[in-house]
Design a protein around this ligand. Structure first.
Ligand code: 5GP
Ligand code: MN
Length: 339
């Protein structure tokens, strides 16, 4: 995004517009934080703006400022489609290809609205008129901060926006520890605290919300943990029966894969979660160092993401998917053992 793009967008936003703000399917803290943060800014400029999420998101995000205004496409399709079809501008946040919105992809492809992408995932598709794509960024929330800075709009950051952006930076950096966390990230976090983000309260709201069942599910996941020391890899499985037994709720498995990665000498970690309703195995992959799970997922599991965090899926059974994972590892063994 160059200077002219910023001038164009600034000019676009000088008169009230109808604006849809879209996160990816199964939105996480960064997707919800960035869209709500941007929403809050656009509402201050008197735009008719709304966040439209492809589907529901975890309860640990449901306290965020203005979260109650989010429209869910999966359960409110007609209203959402009409809004998108009549929007002047569509912001797409925290994803790099329209298919990442699931069933919303078609309405977004067909929309005549001016599309503005803000995203930090690798290999972005070229669907937006204005592309603000930077794979070195810790999070889309950090990018929204830079975007507001470029627009000369930092003074619009109120405690609500500061809270939303803090949440996304915190969740996408594993609480400021992943490699994408820079001194600039910390400077922005400092600014957000000065502008009213209550860091202790935010950490409590997001991380200290375990239900008894979720902790039991973690126990189940940890007892299913398998280690492949020759490949410096570890993986966890969760079957639909195990999820159901412990009354699984959306978001309950968030972060489980990190326990596999926390094993000493482990460079690659995976979690395989059976979703019988969709007929797929949802896969989360994590790595340390230069080993790219983005590449691994693109090559074998119809997914992608970042170097050290990616997602994907498999249409085969849980056991077949695990077999496939184990069978491809010898190809990567050299790279894994070099880390
Ligand atoms: P998670 O494992 O937490 O679902 O996702 C890790 C990262 O990979 C996130 O940045 C997420 O947006 C991205 N990601 C997850 N699933 C997919 C996928 O199917 N395709 C692509 N391109 N990225 C994904
Ligand atoms: Mn993100």
């Amino acid at each position: 995004m160059d200077k002219q793009d910023i001038l164009d967008i600034k000019a676009l936003l000088t008169t009230p517009k109808k604006i849809a703000i879209i996160p990816h399917k199964n939105p996480d803290g960064d997707a919800i934080g960035s869209t709500l943060g941007l929403l809050n800014y656009l509402l201050q400029l008197n735009h008719d703006a709304v966040v439209i999420a492809p589907n529901d998101f975890p309860d640990f995000l449901k306290w965020l400022p203005k979260v109650e205004t989010i429209k869910i496409h999966e359960t409110n399709k007609d209203v959402c489609d009409t809004f998108i079809n009549t929007a002047d501008i569509v912001f797409t946040l925290d994803f790099n290809a329209l298919h990442r919105t699931g069933n919303m992809a078609t309405v977004l492809e067909n929309s005549n609205a001016i599309k503005i992408m803000i995203d930090h995932h690798q290999q972005p598709d070229n669907y937006a008129k204005y592309m603000f794509s930077d794979v070195t960024m810790s999070s889309t929330c950090e990018m929204v901060y830079h975007f507001l800075d470029k627009l000369g709009a930092l003074n619009y950051i109120n405690p609500e926006i500061a809270t939303c952006l803090y949440v996304g930076i915190m969740t996408d950096t594993g609480s400021f520890r992943f490699r994408s966390t820079t001194s600039t990230t910390h400077r922005i976090i400092a600014q957000l605290i000065e502008k009213g983000a209550d860091n202790t309260q935010i950490h409590n709201n997001v991380y200290d919300t375990n239900s008894y069942n979720r902790l039991q599910l973690l126990g189940c996941a940890l007892s299913n943990l398998k280690v492949l020391p020759e490949h410096k890899a570890a993986y966890i499985t969760l079957s639909q029966d195990e999820l159901q037994k412990l009354d699984y709720k959306k978001g309950d498995t968030e972060g489980f894969v990190n326990y596999a990665l926390s094993l000493n000498k482990t460079v690659l970690a995976a979690i395989f979660i059976e979703d019988r309703k969709q007929g797929i195995i949802k896969i989360s992959l994590r790595s340390k160092g230069d080993f790219s799970v983005n590449e691994l997922s693109r090559a074998h599991f119809e997914g992608g993401g970042h170097t050290n965090a990616a997602g994907g899926k498999s249409d085969e059974s849980l056991s077949k998917t695990v077999e496939k994972f184990i069978s491809i590892l010898p190809k990567y063994s050299k790279a894994l053992n070099n880390e």
